[in-house]
Design a binder for this molecule. Structure first.
Ligand code: GUN
Length: 287
């Protein structure tokens, strides 16, 4: 049986570490780190995410500013709020929960957030820094959580073959850049990669990151016994069960290590949001 990479336990550890760090900072600084969280409408999934982000902040000693706006909020109103938060000295990070309602252009919103407060790592300025391999980039929380798990479990990365399935701006691409920054040899596959070629490509990987949103897609023919698999998928079955992009039951017994769903990547994402917020705070108080 594979080593099960316990994202839940690790997230608890990382959050406790951040909590200690914040306590020390709060003892010498005039203010706590601050995160503004914006949500439009009351989509139940978004509400769960936003609430858990706010709760995690509170537990770590980070001040949170929640803005739950009506779903028919105009783009102009949202841009005005973001401009206020950009210049609010109590705010180190701004997170606008996606997806946004149709009347709002997401790209415009991402561009409006000050890159120094972009704790989601979605602004093209931060994406650019990451693509240049720069450490100072604020990096998207989900892929950052994946790398943190690999490092905490001391999985060797330098010179290793990594395959990332999925090329989204939020996960696949930043994941590939992070693995490249760690000196992996990286292949990205996507919806135009011939399906017939995919199992063999994946079998060659030392590290396989799957982020395609297809429940149970990865079966034993995609793996090898030395492989480490990071499953980013969060899919809900008809019975309401949460499962990943990997067929855990058939794959876990035959690979070296794997992240479970739930309890793998998901909990790490929130821990990385706290980490990015404290990073941004440190830069601001040091200015
Ligand atoms: N919606 C789903 N995941 C995320 C995320 O990481 N950040 C934001 N802002 N919205 C999301």
């Amino acid at each position: 049986m594979a080593l099960i990479i316990d994202g839940k336990a690790l997230s608890r550890k990382v959050r406790a570490r951040i909590g200690e760090e914040v306590k020390e900072l709060n003892a010498v600084q005039e203010r706590a780190p601050g995160l503004a969280v914006i949500q439009l409408g009351e989509d139940p999934a978004s509400t769960i995410y936003v609430n858990s982000k706010i709760k995690a902040c509170t537990e770590a000693g980070i001040e949170s500013f929640g803005y739950i706006l009506k779903s028919d909020t105009s783009e102009e109103e949202l841009l005005t709020l973001i401009a206020e938060l950009n210049s609010d000295p109590r705010v180190d990070g701004i997170l606008c929960q996606l997806p946004l309602p149709d009347q709002i252009n997401e790209e415009k919103i991402i561009l409006a957030i000050d890159p120094d407060k972009d704790v989601d790592g979605f602004h093209p300025f931060n994406v650019g820094l990451l693509s240049m391999g720069k450490q100072e980039a604020l990096v998207a929380c989900t892929p950052l959580g994946c790398i943190e798990m690999l490092k905490e479990y001391k999985i060797p990365l330098r010179g290793k073959k990594a395959v990332v399935i999925g090329r989204s701006n939020i996960v696949g691409k930043p994941m590939a850049y992070l693995l490249l920054r760690e000196n992996c040899t990286v292949t990205i596959t996507h919806s135009h990669t011939p399906v017939a070629e995919l199992p063999e490509l994946c079998r060659q990987a030392d590290i396989l990151v799957v982020a395609i949103g297809k429940p149970g897609f990865i079966t034993p023919e995609y793996t090898n016994p030395d492989q480490v698999i990071i499953d980013v998928g969060i899919n809900r079955t008809r019975e309401g069960k949460i499962i990943g992009d990997v067929d855990f039951e058939s794959v876990a017994p035959i690979v070296h290590a794997i992240t479970p769903v739930p309890g793998g990547v998901g909990p790490m994402t929130i821990a990385m949001l706290l980490k990015n917020t404290v990073t941004s705070y440190r830069r601001r108080v040091a200015d």
